[in-house]
Ligand binder design. Sequence first.
Ligand SMILES: C[S@@+](CC[C@H](N)C(=O)[O-])C[C@H]1O[C@@H](n2cnc3c(N)ncnc32)[C@H](O)[C@@H]1O
Length: 202
Amino acid sequence: MPSMSDDHTHVQEFFTARAADWDARFPDDGPAYAAAVADLALREGDRVLDAGCGTGRALPPLRAAVGPSGVVVGADLTPAMLEAAVRAGRDRDGRLLLADVAALPLRSESLDAVFAAGLIAHLPDPARNLRELARVVRPGGTLALFHPIGRAALAARQGRQITPDDLRAEPNLRPLLAGSGWRMTSYADEDSRFLALAVRAD
Ligand SMILES: C[S@@+](CC[C@H](N)C(=O)[O-])C[C@H]1O[C@@H](n2cnc3c(N)ncnc32)[C@H](O)[C@@H]1O
């Protein structure tokens, strides 16, 4: 069983190697992020966390959704990804935190929503880590688990097959979320995107 620090080191090495050209590798994803943020149905003044924000690609649409009176926080474990976010000027749209989403430096029930793109496959203990995301969201608040490519298309791109134990398969994700303080309200796994929405249970 790897320790938490082994998990951190692995994630940080993986994404440090990819940080500098992360945005250039996926130049056409902007509209998909904007559409996913729209589906989160944020309101003016809301407080939202981008969990595993990376280079902050979701921060501009999140800021646009909550407006100047809202709060946008981007948290990521990999300094190089956050540095790339700053170089891209994304720190203008949200406060960047070098933090592990497994132990967030945020008060309980202090947020209205969490957006997480490409994150859950990298979490060492998804049930526990999703519960930590639930802790910081008020009851009735929302969660979006997003990827700008569907599971089958991603597997094909990576030269692998989807297996039934895939965490993001609907029969696995629904109970995983339910056991972590979330009720899944919609699920879409299309070639062009993966998006699961959930509401924080009371
Ligand atoms: C696939 S990238 C996605 C980045 C960004 N959300 C996007 O859509 O472009 C996953 C990101 O999650 C971060 N990450 C992985 N595990 C994390 C954790 N436990 N806490 C915070 N960030 C984490 C990585 O450092 C990386 O930047």
